[in-house]
Design a protein around this ligand. Structure first.
Ligand SMILES: Cc1cc2nc3c(=O)[nH]c(=O)nc-3n(C[C@H](O)[C@H](O)[C@H](O)COP(=O)(O)OP(=O)(O)OC[C@H]3O[C@@H](n4cnc5c(N)ncnc54)[C@H](O)[C@@H]3O)c2cc1C
Length: 504
């Protein structure tokens, strides 16, 4: 229900509120994107009694991230039993941390078993959403037009590839591609492979490719702390136990959640004992496992652990120490037809160049045009940078909600739990629309500004501002993330705050 002190606009006779019927309405929903969050939305809408919805997906399959990223070594760094929907646990995960293809198969299966695949318009990108006369007019690249009461943008955060600005990239005569656009026709065995970047993706690829490449060259701009984490398989016996004892599976998930909470709470307090423990584990990993002192120094970051997104790997140090692997720390001068020339003048000859350079994390649903109430445009609202109250709602964009939107919890925990909590919150927001009491809901400007000011202040204590460059930081150097504990996030998501939303 809307809070008691919501602002109720338009009370004069003849305007919108007086037209509201207070009859239950069959709301129509558009869900944009059929990745983890879009699948979740479709399933949960039905569960909440909303049957009139369309899912728009520009690709030809569900899965989002896990459909797009197929690079060798791709794995989730949240344990499998935590990186699963709470309503669709599975005893069948093969490892503590799942491979990307297994996660993709999981999302495809969940979508199929919940019968939502037929509700998805595949191969149709939403190009614009306009709020006209109280409804959202949605248009797609394929020319489809429809109207909806509510839009849920489940368009992803790590979705638009970021390409590096390297001179001569187009002149390279070998194969070159972004890590999220892997070209499976390219031969890897025995090839001279170069990797640009040192984030989680580059580290996972190094581990997977070092034993296959003729020569593997990792171009490192910034060294990374590596958290050691073994990835043991679940045995047939383990899986049989989980199948017959769902309570044991539930207990495992609870334990993993508690373990992850320790970390999530540590990073928002850079001086906490837990953060020191994480730093100690990373340091010990480096000191104990990199034998050559020169290589060890080259791999030693000059900032605090977890300042950049912490990398989890059982075997990166082993891979980079293989005789055919090389770490290059000299700056890339340019790309030439035969390979990469570094600032020291060396030409590193290559057959394959992989750009593991991440994503444009501030794009969200753009380049889609979004026009809200009274012609307010998303380009204007986000001219400085993306923002949304609780990452979910933007003032003057009524009945338009985001999952995993700007400044939400991202980092080393399960974005599935984040999306599930956000979705349940959105369901509370739309309830008064369904009952017919109101027709529009969006965050108030005051609520967003207050939230943003508190968020920026709280970010000062986090580990993300302790002196490193990372994709967490916005153009001002302020982490574009949730700066409080994960418990606080769970508690905020329980119920919208009184007065934070305007209902009309
Ligand atoms: C390499 C990699 C590793 C990761 N590892 C982890 C991890 O360990 N733990 C973790 O929690 N998260 C991880 N993530 C984050 C991951 O993106 C999320 O966990 C999750 O998959 C996001 O789901 P989503 O549905 O929000 O977005 P996405 O999976 O990005 O899906 C968005 C979907 O929307 C579609 N779409 C976008 N715009 C439009 C449009 N205009 N019209 C129609 N369709 C559109 C896209 O095609 C896509 O299918 C990782 C991401 C990457 C890239």
């Amino acid at each position: 229900m809307p809070p008691d002190d919501v602002m109720i606009a338009g009370t004069a006779e003849g305007d919108k509120v007086s037209e509201v019927s207070e009859q239950p309405r069959a709301l129509r929903f558009a869900i944009i994107g059929a990745g983890m969050a879009g699948i979740l939305s479709a399933i949960k809408l039905r569960e909440n009694g909303y049957t009139d919805f369309t899912v728009f997906e520009k690709a030809d399959r569900v899965g989002g991230t896990w459909r797009e990223n197929t690079y060798p070594g791709l794995s989730c760094d949240v344990p499998s039993h935590l990186y699963s929907y709470s309503f669709a646990p599975t005893p069948e995960w093969n490892h503590r941390y799942s491979a990307g293809a297994e996660i993709q198969a999981y999302f495809e299966r969940v979508a199929r078993e919940h019968d939502i695949t037929d509700e998805i318009r595949f191969g149709d990108e939403v190009t614009s959403s306009r709020f006209v006369d109280g409804r959202w007019r949605v248009e797609t690249a394929g020319g489809h037009r429809d109207e909806f009461d509510v839009v849920i943008a489940a368009t992803g955060v790590l979705h638009h590839p970021r390409y590096p600005d390297l001179d001569g990239l187009d002149d390279f005569e070998g194969a070159v591609f972004h890590s999220s656009r892997w070209d499976h026709d390219v031969k890897l065995d025995g090839a001279r492979i170069g990797i640009v970047g040192t984030g989680s993706t580059a580290v996972q690829m190094t581990s997977a490719l070092a034993s296959r490449a003729g020569r593997l060259t990792l171009f490192q701009r910034t060294a990374q702390w590596i958290m050691p984490a073994e990835n043991p398989p679940y045995s047939d016996d383990d899986k049989a136990t989980f199948r017959t004892n769902p309570e044991q599976l539930a207990e495992l998930r609870t334990n993993l959640t508690q373990m992850f909470d320790v970390f999530a709470n540590a990073i928002v307090d850079a001086d906490s004992p837990e953060m020191k423990m994480v730093a100690g584990m990373c340091l010990d990993n480096l000191e104990s496992n990199v034998r050559d002192p020169e290589l060890r120094e080259a791999l030693r970051p000059d900032y605090q652990a977890a300042c950049k997104r912490l990398i989890v790997s059982p075997d990166f140090y082993e891979a980079i120490q293989q005789p055919n692997a090389e770490l290059v720390t000299d700056r890339i001068e340019r790309v030439e037809p035969a390979g990469v020339r570094t600032a020291d003048g060396t030409l590193h000859e290559l057959d394959v160049l992989v750009l593991a350079t991440g994503f444009k994390t501030d794009a969200f649903m753009r380049p889609m045009t979004v026009i809200g109430r009274d012609g307010e445009t998303l380009s204007r609202a986000w001219a400085a940078r993306p923002n949304a109250y609780m990452s979910i709602s933007i003032p003057d964009f009524p009945n338009f909600f985001m999952l995993n939107g700007p400044n939400g919890p991202v980092g080393n925990f399960s974005l599935i739990e984040v999306a599930e909590l956000q979705f349940a919150y959105i369901m509370q927001l739309v309830e008064p629309l369904r009952s017919g009491e109101y027709r529009e809901v969006s965050a108030s400007q005051d609520a967003m500004e207050e939230h943003e000011a508190a968020r920026v202040k709280a970010a000062e204590k986090t580990v993300w501002v302790t002196g490193c460059r990372s994709w967490y930081l916005d153009d001002r150097g302020i982490p574009a993330t949730w700066p409080w504990s994960f418990d606080r996030f769970r508690s905020e998501m329980q119920r919208p705050r009184d007065g934070a939303f305007e209902y009309r």
